[in-house]
Design a protein around this ligand. Structure first.
Ligand code: NAP
Length: 371
């Protein structure tokens, strides 16, 4: 049985990934080993580990014994460890949630409902690095998959509303602490305006907890994610076009994808408001059919108040593999412009699920070669 080393299983993405392994009984397909940068030597609490000791995630010798390493640990870990492993002669498969290696020529960004054929070709060609895409990019491509397949899109602008868990476990925990303080402050007044003033003062107080979120996120939002990049964009915003076109195999003829990325106070799920310029005018019923039938996870929500409130929110979509898309309508600019809104769980299809699926693809491929 293939040995698979898991690094990052304690984090947000890693925990969701292990939950999916439980649901799909994936553990039966490989021999798991659990690595950590902080818990080496302790007993692994996951049922699948059966009490095994946690291994040191910085020990190149232990890591090199694995056929496949799957890291959901983060970019700094990849930057430090991946080059050392390859320099030590490790030729195993590296699967990663971090962005570090995504744009390297030898890496394949994995989103198999869209680029499954490219993943298999890369494997046959000896590819060893399979990297999950940026969460908003993967969710966007799955949501508009039908329009992409029909080659109907001239450009897309996506305005994002990204959940706190996208920033990791510590980021989300700090937001919950902020909500608690905001709630306590609000309860000290009895009119809406005096509640707002008390909360505003609390948000501006130097003692308000913001060491991870940097500024208050509860009762507010932050229109900046990741580091400054180029032409006024943040790196998160740049990824949409760069990674999106790599997944679509359109780097020579790139589809313009651009917009602003905003962190909001939802806990889980990234939402996106879309403006799409079509290559030709199209009726809504044609677009609806294309969107609905593109893949098994897209859920088309009729552009009606009740359906939208019931099914097109982070509260409705969190914890599911659904890629909800709705609010579809023509914009005032003409019948070749549409607006839409999409919500997807960034910990599932935005992170863990493409990694889980590529792990199974690699295992099947290796097992079929051994037969
Ligand atoms: P995370 O929750 O911050 O976890 C990363 C690591 O932090 C854990 O594996 C753990 O490593 C350590 N850690 C320290 N304190 C912890 C605590 N209290 N609870 C759990 N873990 C703790 O990071 P993440 O959000 O899963 O992201 C991992 C990677 O996936 C990043 O590269 C990120 O960019 C990417 N990604 C994330 C998302 C998302 O929605 N969060 C989506 C797409 C891609 P040790 O066991 O070694 O201590």
């Amino acid at each position: 049985m293939l040995k698979v080393g898991l690094i990052g299983w304690r984090g947000m993405v890693g925990s969701v990934l292990c939950g999916r392994f439980d649901e799909e009984n994936d553990w039966a397909g490989f021999q798991p080993f659990f690595f950590s940068t902080s818990k080496a030597g302790e007993s692994c609490p996951l049922a699948a580990a059966r009490g095994a000791s946690i291994l040191d995630a910085k020990n190149i010798n232990e890591l090199s014994k694995m056929d496949i390493l799957l890291s959901t640990q983060g970019g700094s870990y990849t930057e430090e460890i991946y080059p050392k492993l390859r320099a030590a002669g490790w030729t195993g498969y590296w699967i990663d949630a971090a962005s570090t290696l995504r744009m390297k020529e030898e890496s394949t960004i994995v989103l198999d409902p869209i680029n499954g054929a490219a993943i298999k070709e890369a494997l046959k060609a000896g590819g060893r690095d399979f990297i999950g895409g940026n969460c908003t990019v993967s969710l966007l491509l799955l949501a508009i998959h039908g329009l992409l397949k029909a080659d109907l899109i001239e450009w897309v602008s996506s305005m994002t509303y990204q959940a706190a868990s996208g920033g990791g476990a510590a980021f989300m925990s700090e937001l919950l602490k902020q909500y608690q303080l905001v709630g306590e402050k609000g309860a000290q007044a009895d009119t809406a305006l005096s509640q707002e003033i008390l909360v505003r003062d609390e948000l501006r107080s130097p003692s308000f907890p913001c060491s991870v979120t940097k500024v208050p996120l509860a009762a507010s939002l932050i229109p900046w994610i990741d580091v400054p990049w180029q032409d006024g964009r943040t790196k998160e915003e740049w990824k949409a076009m760069a990674e999106g076109n790599k997944i679509l195999d359109r780097t020579a003829n790139p589809l313009p994808i651009d917009g602003l990325c905003v962190r909001v106070g939802s806990l889980r799920c990234h939402s996106q408001g879309l403006t799409i310029k079509l290559r030709r005018p199209a009726e809504l019923n044609e677009l609806e059919e294309l969107i609905k039938n593109a893949n098994s996870w897209v859920r088309y929500i009729p552009n009606e108040a009740e359906a939208t409130r019931a099914a097109l929110t982070p509260a409705a979509v969190s914890g599911t593999l659904d890629i909800a898309i709705g609010r579809l309508h023509h914009l005032a600019m003409g019948k070749d412009y549409i607006g839409a809104f999409t919500v997807g769980d960034q910990l599932l299809w935005g992170a863990a699920e493409p990694l889980r699926r590529v792990l199974n693809i690699i295992i099947s491929q290796l097992e079929s070669e051994q037969c």
